[in-house]
Design a protein around this ligand. Structure first.
Ligand code: COA
Length: 346
């Protein structure tokens, strides 16, 4: 943040999941997979998915409403929505979300950084507060990857789920709990093709040819993505902690993108910190892309894994490739319940 003592402070948190639950056994009815394979390779037991006709914006509105309530606010100066599954290719989804939340003529835009989207959106929101343009920002991460997965692809169908989460940022003092610091963002476009949807953008449409169906689905090269996720999240987290003046051992709680339980374990090992300090809700929600970090924050608040005063580092990695992290001392927040079914134990 520019200016002595100025900071973007987290003063609200909310999250939302669609009600429909898809278990590993449900997937195994139509795909050549098993609960055992998915659990042992990913840590995932189930995920939530939207119904036909629903969209990312619907989840974003619910999460945004809860973050506003948590902050005791009715509106914000800007809405930043991180998503790679907008309601339509054009326009952005954020203005409609702001309108549905009754926020009036506020600035609103989308940010696309796939699974790192929420951290990039935090950076955009914090930057607008630092510039003096805004005094408050509603930062939402929402995705419905169920809409872009190949129904016959057992790997991606096993991993991804739908959801939304949001935080409310207020301009405040760098020394107060909730103040974001140590923001670190990066990208590697040389390897953009490791995670992609080939068709639907200008490169395909400029050919004038209709897209091959297979090219309209999300694809991912699991092994090289796994290795890079571990390397880049570990490095980014190190940077955020160091820039915050913390040793890694001083960090109480790591809230990283929930891509795969084995990735979280590998990052913990690489950083040489106990895996118990890493929040995990992937078993119940899968990889919810831009919603992953705020959903994990909300879950951790409710489970008691995240308590006021804890030193927290957030971190993400995703398509682009992109990665990012930030640090904060966790503030004392009222966090509305996420849909109860999500957190029930199976
Ligand atoms: N059920 C059963 N078998 C499956 C399967 C599933 N759901 N998904 C893949 N397999 C099979 C593969 O087809 C492959 O079979 P083969 O050996 O006959 O070709 C075998 O399991 C091993 O595949 P591999 O990709 O080497 O497994 P893996 O241990 O690397 O696990 C991922 C695959 C995708 C779970 C893992 O690579 C991963 O999590 N990568 C990162 C993904 C991610 O986080 N993406 C988001 C980034 S933000």
């Amino acid at each position: 943040m520019s200016g002595p003592g100025r900071a973007a402070v987290v003063t609200g948190l909310g999250a939302w999941l669609p009600p429909r639950v898809v278990t590993n056994d449900d997937l195994a009815v139509h795909l050549d997979t098993s609960d055992e394979w998915i659990r042992t390779r990913t840590g995932i037991r189930r995920r939530h998915v939207i119904e036909p006709g629903e969209a990312t914006g619907d989840l974003a509105v619910e999460a945004g409403r809860r973050a506003l309530k948590s902050a005791g606010a009715e509106t914000a100066d800007v809405v930043v929505l991180a998503t790679s599954t907008p309601d339509q290719p054009c326009p952005a989804t954020a203005p409609a979300v702001a309108a549905r939340l009754g926020m009036g003529a506020v600035a609103a835009f989308d940010v696309a950084a796939v699974c790192t989207g929420f951290v990039y959106a935090l950076g955009a929101g914090a930057g607008l507060l630092a510039s003096g343009f805004a005094r408050s920002a509603l930062v939402i991460g929402a995705d419905t990857f169920s809409t872009i997965l190949d129904p016959g692809d057992r790997t991606t169908r096993a991993i991804f789920g739908d959801g939304a989460g949001a935080v409310y940022l207020t301009a405040g003092d760098a020394a107060e709990p909730g103040a974001l610091h140590g923001l670190s963002l990066g990208s590697d476009g040389e390897h953009s093709r490791l995670i992609e949807v080939r068709a639907g953008g200008s490169r395909q449409r400029s050919t004038g040819l209709s897209a091959e169906v297979a090219d309209t689905y999300f694809t991912m090269q699991g092994r090289p993505v796994f290795a890079r996720a571990v390397r880049h999240m570990a490095a980014s987290v190190r940077t955020s902690a160091a820039e915050s003046g913390w040793d890694l051992g001083d960090v109480d709680t790591f809230v990283l993108h929930q891509a795969n339980a084995r990735i979280l374990a590998a990052v913990a090992a690489q950083l040489d910190v106990p895996a118990e300090r890493f929040v995990s809700n992937i078993d119940r929600v899968g990889n919810t892309v831009a919603a992953s970090i705020p959903l994990a924050l909300a879950d951790a608040c409710h489970s008691g894994a995240l308590v006021p005063g804890a030193r927290v580092v957030l971190g993400g990695f995703g398509g682009g490739l992109t990665w990012g992290s930030a640090a904060l001392v966790w503030p004392d927040l009222e966090v509305p319940q996420v849909r109860a079914a999500a957190w029930a134990t199976s």
